[in-house]
Design a protein around this ligand. Structure first.
Ligand SMILES: N[C@@H](CCC(=O)N[C@@H](CS)C(=O)NCC(=O)O)C(=O)O
Length: 212
């Protein structure tokens, strides 16, 4: 199975971590933003990463891909069967993919992608504003909902945790770390999630690239 993209994308990283938690081997084929590579475009017609291929089956969108992996490899279950828990897991994924990544994206794109990949200065004022005004309520929300178990839904690892933890890696790449004094549960949660074997090698590889 092939995942097209770069683990610097929070959507790609979520997909890779999901596959790893399932014990499913996937090959990451590097694809840059806007690539017109025909093999990639067959999986992702609008050029967004991740794209995915399993034999003759190709599709894009991290949610579609993890839905496929969940159906094909049901164990360990990363989407709860219980109705309320399943809905909560989908909510947290949606929260991460839209609200959290919209904010994170302004910080990561302007401070990292623009200067490192596009050779231009980013809109640092927009990044600073997102950090100052948009991010704090999101951190407060997560601090408030995190259960003592250290997992967002059903007291065990689910898609919710992988989706929420992923964009925080991007924030760390641009020097934002959740403060353990103001958000102790969230800081400990992210530390534990990012140390999992499903995340840690990707994060190490990204950090090495970012430092080069
Ligand atoms: N909903 C999609 C979002 C994918 C997405 O927007 N990926 C970004 C990279 S983080 C992308 O490919 N951007 C390039 C573009 O929009 O052309 C998913 O979950 O996979």
């Amino acid at each position: 199975m092939i995942v097209y993209g770069s683990s610097f994308s929070p959507f790609v990283r979520k997909t890779l971590a999901f596959a790893a938690e399932k014990g499913v081997q996937v090959e990451l084929k590097p694809v840059g933003l806007g690539s017109r590579d025909p093999e990639f475009r067959a999986a992702s017609p609008f050029g967004k990463i991740p794209g995915f291929r399993d034999g003759d089956f190709a599709i894009s969108d991290s949610t579609a891909i993890v839905t496929y992996l969940e159906a094909k490899f049901p164990n360990p279950a990363l989407l709860p069967a219980e109705p309320a828990d399943r809905a909560r897991a989908i909510w947290y994924e949606e929260f991460a993919d839209t609200i959290l990544i919209a904010c994170m994206g302004k910080m990561f794109f302007n401070r990292f992608v623009m200067p490192r990949f596009m050779g231009k200065e980013g809109d640092l004022a927009a990044a600073d504003q997102a950090e100052r005004e948009e991010l704090p309520p999101l951190l407060d929300y997560l601090e408030g909902v995190l259960p003592a178990s250290g997992y967002l839904v059903g007291d065990r690892l689910t898609l919710a945790d992988l989706a929420v933890a992923s964009p925080f890696v991007n924030l760390e790449h641009v020097g934002f770390f959740v403060d353990a004094a103001s958000h102790p549960k969230l800081a400990a949660y992210l530390k534990a999630m990012h140390a999992r074997p499903s995340f840690a090698p990707w994060i190490a590889q990204e950090k090495a690239f970012a430092a080069a």
